[in-house]
Design a protein around this ligand. Structure first.
Ligand SMILES: [Mg+2]
Length: 181
């Protein structure tokens, strides 16, 4: 069975605008997501501690937010295709129940939830990963696993398979599966 690791933020839902709103409340004039041109866009604008606290607060309220409209169908098709789905998010352990509640509330199919600060621990036994982080995608390339993500200002300059939506990612994964046969 193929194991696939799937990110949450900016992969299964539109996290950036929510994060932006909160960063802008705390720090008026904060650049908009369209100006987040690298993974370290926040450096020099806000402390790491404040950023992570803001992100954690959003994660604790995860069930207030909607997934992308294609998220359910995307995961359902992967399930039907026989994938083992690991939902993996860079978030604090205490957000586990709000994360699970959100997945269940939105009927998003999964087999396992992995919350940590290092997704590479999953790479050894996984076929591929879907993530928007250029750092994670770089690591996936080095590990030689299939990788893809939604295209965003912070990753579009990097050399990775990036797509406009989850339907396009699904089609890409199909071609990757076929090319292995
Ligand atoms: Mg993400």
């Amino acid at each position: 069975m193929r194991k696939i690791v799937i990110d949450i933020d900016n992969t299964l839902w539109d996290f950036a605008p929510v994060l932006y709103e909160r960063l802008n409340d705390a720090n008026p004039g904060f650049p908009r997501p369209s100006e987040w041109r690298s993974w370290s866009f926040w450096k020099g604008l806000i402390s790491a501690e404040k950023l992570y606290r803001t992100i954690r607060d959003v994660h604790m309220e995860q069930d207030r937010f909607e997934p992308y409209s294609e998220a359910h169908f995307f995961l359902e098709r992967l399930k039907t295709d026989g994938f083992y789905i690991v939902i993996a998010s860079h978030r604090e352990k205490e957000t586990f129940s709000s994360t699970r509640k959100w997945l269940e509330k939105n009927a998003l199919p999964f087999d396992e939830i992995h919350l940590s600060y290092d997704k590479t621990v999953l790479f050894g036994e996984c076929w591929g990963i879907i993530d928007d982080s250029p750092v994670t995608l770089d690591k996936a390339r080095s590990a030689g696993i299939v990788r893809a993500g939604l295209k965003n200002p912070w990753n579009e300059r990097e050399d990775h398979p990036l797509f406009a939506n989850l339907d396009e990612i699904y089609d890409y994964l199909q071609t990757e599966c076929t090319s292995e046969k």
